[in-house]
Design a protein around this ligand. Structure first.
Ligand code: 5AD
Ligand code: FES
Length: 348
C-alpha cells in the first residue's frame, strides 16, 4: 500500500493497523503532509468551521513531587525557583480572563500536595460562581479516584493528563522507577468513567522515541478516542537529564496533528505553546494542519518564567490581554477567528 492509499483509508474513517501507522510515519513526504493537512482541515471544518477555541491557562504551582526526566520543574531541579499561587490569586486570574472573553480555564500545575481536595473544591466552586457558564479544566497530574470524583462533583468539567507514550518500555525511559505506566493509564480510564471530558497526549521527538512508539500512540488515540489530545514537540530543558537531546520538529508534530484529526475528527486539538516555542509560526502551522484550540497564558506575569517545563518558552513577558490580541492577529492572518465559547467537543 502506498502512503496515499493509507491516507485514503484514514480519511474514510477506517483506522489503520499499528504497522500501517508506522509506515505512514516513516514514508512521509512533503506531498503526503500536504495531502493529510488538507484532508484534516476539511474534516475539522465540517464540524467546527473556522472557529478556534481558546483556553485560559493558569499555572497554579511549580512544586512537583515527580521527577520526570524531561521536565524543568521536576523535583530534583534545585535551580528551579518554586512558587505557588494562592486560591485568591487564581480566582482573580480567572476573573480577569472572564473579562477578556475566556470561557474555559485550565488550572495546571505540578503534583503539589498543598492543593488538597478541600482547597481545590472550594476554588472550583468559586470560579464557577464568578464566571457563569465557564468550563473548568484541571491538569494536575495523577490523583486517586476519590479525589477525581470530589473535584468533579465540585464542578470540574475536564481533565488533561497526557499519557506521554503508549509504550511501557518507553514510559520507563522517560520516568524514574517510582512512576508507573499502568497507573497513568488507569487514571485516564477513571477520569473517563467519572464523567470528565478527558485529554490525553504525548510529546513528539522525546528521547528514545521511535516511529513504532508513535504508531502505538496513534493506535491508543484511535481506541481511547480522548476528547482532547495535547501533542507538542519535546523541547530540552538545560537543568534536566535530557538537556543534551535534540528537540522534536514542527514538521513531524504537524504531520501527527493531521493524522489525529483524521483518526477522530471531533477531537479538540491544541496547537501547543511548545510548538510555538520551536517556531514563531508554529501555532499557525498547527492550526493549518488540523488543530482547533489555543491555550494562551493567564498566569500572573511575575511567575511566568518560573513555570518553565522546557527552555525558551514563549509568552512569558506578555500581559494576558496582549497575549490574547497577539493570538487573534496570528489567527486572522491565516483566515481563522477566535471564538468566545466554552468550546465543548462537537460530534458533527
Ligand atoms: N518539552 C515538551 N513538553 C514537555 N512537557 C513536560 N516537559 C516538556 C518538555 N521538556 C509536557 C508533558 C506534560 C505537559 C504538561 O508538558 O507532556 O504532560
Ligand atoms: Fe502570547 Fe503572542 S500569544 S504574546
Amino acid at each position: 500500500m502506498s502512503v496515499f492509499e493509507r491516507i485514503d483509508k484514514l480519511s474514510s474513517f477506517h483506522g489503520l493497523s499499528v504497522e500501517e501507522y508506522q509506515a505512514l510515519i516513516e514514508e512521509r513526504s512533503e506531498e503526503a503532509a500536504a495531502e493529510l493537512a488538507s484532508r484534516a482541515v476539511s474534516a475539522r471544518k465540517a464540524i467546527y468551521g473556522n472557529a478556534v477555541y481558546v483556553r485560559g491557562l493558569i499555572e497554579i504551582s511549580n512544586y512537583c513531587r515527580n521527577d520526570c526526566f524531561y521536565c524543568g520543574i521536576r523535583r530534583s531541579n534545585r535551580a528551579c525557583e518554586r512558587y505557588r499561587l494562592t486560591p485568591e490569586e487564581i480566582l482573580s486570574c480567572a476573573k480577569e480572563g472572564f473579562r477578556l472573553g475566556y470561557r474555559t480555564f485550565v488550572l495546571q500545575g505540578g503534583e503539589d500536595a498543598w492543593f488538597t481536595d478541600e482547597i481545590l473544591c472550594q476554588l472550583i466552586r468559586q470560579i464557577k460562581e464568578s464566571c457563569p457558564d465557564a468550563a473548568v479544566t484541571l491538569s494536575m497530574g495523577e490523583r486517586d479516584r476519590e479525589s477525581y470524583q470530589r473535584l468533579f462533583d465540585a464542578g470540574a468539567d475536564r481533565y488533561l493528563l497526557r499519557h506521554e507514550t503508549a509504550v511501557r518500555r518507553h514510559y520507563e525511559k522517560l520516568h524514574p522507577p517510582e512512576m508507573s505506566f499502568s497507573h497513568r493509564m488507569q487514571c485516564l480510564r477513571e477520569l473517563r468513567e467519572i464523567g470528565y471530558q478527558v485529554g490525553a497526549g504525548f510529546m513528539v521527538g522525546s528521547p528514545f522515541q521511535t516511529s513504532a512508539h508513535l504508531a502505538e500512540d496513534l493506535k491508543f488515540i484511535e481506541e481511547f478516542h480522548p476528547d482532547m489530545c495535547g501533542i507538542g514537540p519535546f523541547v530540552p530543558h538545560h537543568e534536566t537529564p535530557f538537556a543534551g537531546f535534540p528537540a522534536g520538529t514542527v514538521e513531524l508534530t504537524c504531520y501527527l496533528l493531521s493524522i489525529i484529526r483524521l483518526i477522530y475528527p471531533p477531537v479538540l486539538l491544541p496547537a501547543t505553546t511548545a510548538l510555538g516555542t520551536i517556531d514563531p509560526k508554529g501555532r499557525q502551522k498547527g492550526i493549518l494542519a488540523g488543530a482547533n484550540v489555543l491555550m494562551p497564558n493567564l498566569s500572573p506575569l511575575r511567575v511566568r518564567k518560573q513555570y518553565e517545563l522546557y527552555d525558551g518558552k514563549i509568552c512569558t513577558g506578555e500581559e494576558s490581554a496582549q497575549c490574547r490580541n497577539c493570538l487573534e492577529k496570528q489567527m486572522e492572518t491565516i483566515g481563522y477567528s477566535i471564538v468566545t465559547e466554552r468550546g465543548d467537543i462537537k460530534y458533527g
